[in-house]
Design a protein around this ligand. Structure first.
Ligand SMILES: [Zn+2]
Ligand SMILES: [Zn+2]
Ligand SMILES: [Zn+2]
Length: 239
C-alpha cells in the first residue's frame, strides 16, 4: 500500500508484493483476462503476454476496470477490436468511465472495444466455456466464473444456495479473503476458508488480500491442508 511501512509492505518476500487482483485464462486457442486492474499494463509486461482475445469483467469497481485503456496495445498488433464481456451494470460504468472510447468523435490511439453483454447464461469465449455465478459484494451483484473444474470468485461476501451449486464439483477455487477483521463487502480469511470447506473443493487459493492480513509465510502456516494464499505469477494447470 502506498505510504505504508507495516511489516507486509516492507517485507522482502516476493510473495508479499501484490498487484491488484486479476487472472489470465488460456487454452490452446484462446486467451482472456478476468478484469483489467490499474496494474494491468505491468501485469501483461511482467508475464510477457503477446495475445489477448477478450476481457471478462466481474464488476465495475475501479480496481477491476481501470486498466482497460491499455488493451489498445493488443489491438495495435492484432488489428482487431478487443472483445469485452460484462453484465449490463458493468457495461454502463465502462461506457461512463471510458466515454472517449465510445464517443462519435474518436481520436487516434484509443482502444477499439466491442461490448458483449452477459447475464446468468453460460457462454463461450473462443473454445473456453464460461458459467457466470452471481455473488454479492455487500449489496452489489458481482459475477464469479466457473471454467471447467476451476472457479474464480473475487469481491464477494455472500453467495446464495442456488449459486453455490454451480461451484460444487470444482477441483480448485480462488476466493477473496481480504483480512482477518470483518469487512462490509469482502470475506475474511476465516469466512473464505469456511466456504472452501463447505463446498468440498479440494484446492482453495485466496486472493484480493490486504496488507492487513499479515505476512504470507506466517498466514500460510495456519491454513488447512489444500489451502494457500495466491500470489502474483501463480500458474494452475487443468486437463
Ligand atoms: Zn502496509
Ligand atoms: Zn469491488
Ligand atoms: Zn476489488
Amino acid at each position: 500500500m502506498i505510504a505504508c511501512s507495516c511489516e507486509v509492505c516492507t517485507s522482502t518476500d516476493k510473495k508479499d508484493k501484490r498487484y491488484r487482483s486479476s487472472i489470465l485464462v488460456e487454452s490452446e486457442f484462446t486467451t482472456f483476462v478476468i478484469d483489467t486492474t490499474p496494474d494491468f499494463r505491468t501485469q501483461m509486461l511482467n508475464e510477457n503476454v503477446k495475445k489477448l482475445d477478450a476481457v471478462l469483467f466481474t464488476h465495475l469497481h475501479k480496481d477491476h476496470i481501470a486498466g482497460l485503456d491499455d488493451v489498445k496495445a493488443f489491438g495495435y498488433f492484432s488489428g482487431k477490436p478487443m472483445q469485452v464481456y460484462a453484465n449490463a451494470l458493468t457495461e454502463e460504468a465502462i461506457k461512463r468511465e471510458f466515454a472517449y472510447v465510445f464517443s462519435d468523435k474518436k481520436y487516434p490511439g484509443i482502444p477499439e472495444i466491442n461490448l458483449n453483454t452477459i447475464d446468468a447464461e453460460p457462454f463461450m469465449i473462443g473454445d473456453i466455456p464460461v458459467i457466470p455465478i452471481l455473488v454479492w459484494h455487500h449489496k452489489l451483484p458481482v459475477l464469479a466464473f466457473r471454467i471447467g473444474k476451476f472457479t474464480y470468485i473475487t469481491d464477494a461476501n455472500k453467495i446464495e444456495e442456488a449459486e453455490k451449486e454451480k461451484i460444487r464439483g470444482s477441483e480448485t477455487m480462488v476466493v477473496n479473503a481480504l483480512r482477518h477483521k470483518q469487512h462490509l463487502s469482502h470475506y475474511t480469511l476465516e469466512e473464505a476458508v469456511a466456504l472452501v470447506k463447505e463446498l468440498n473443493v479440494p484446492k482453495g487459493y485466496f486472493t484480493h488480500i490486504s496488507h492487513q492480513l499479515g505476512l504470507q509465510a506466517v498466514v500460510n502456516k495456519d491454513l488447512p491442508f489444500g489451502m494457500e494464499l495466491a500470489y502474483d505469477g501463480l500458474q494452475l494447470f487443468f486437463d
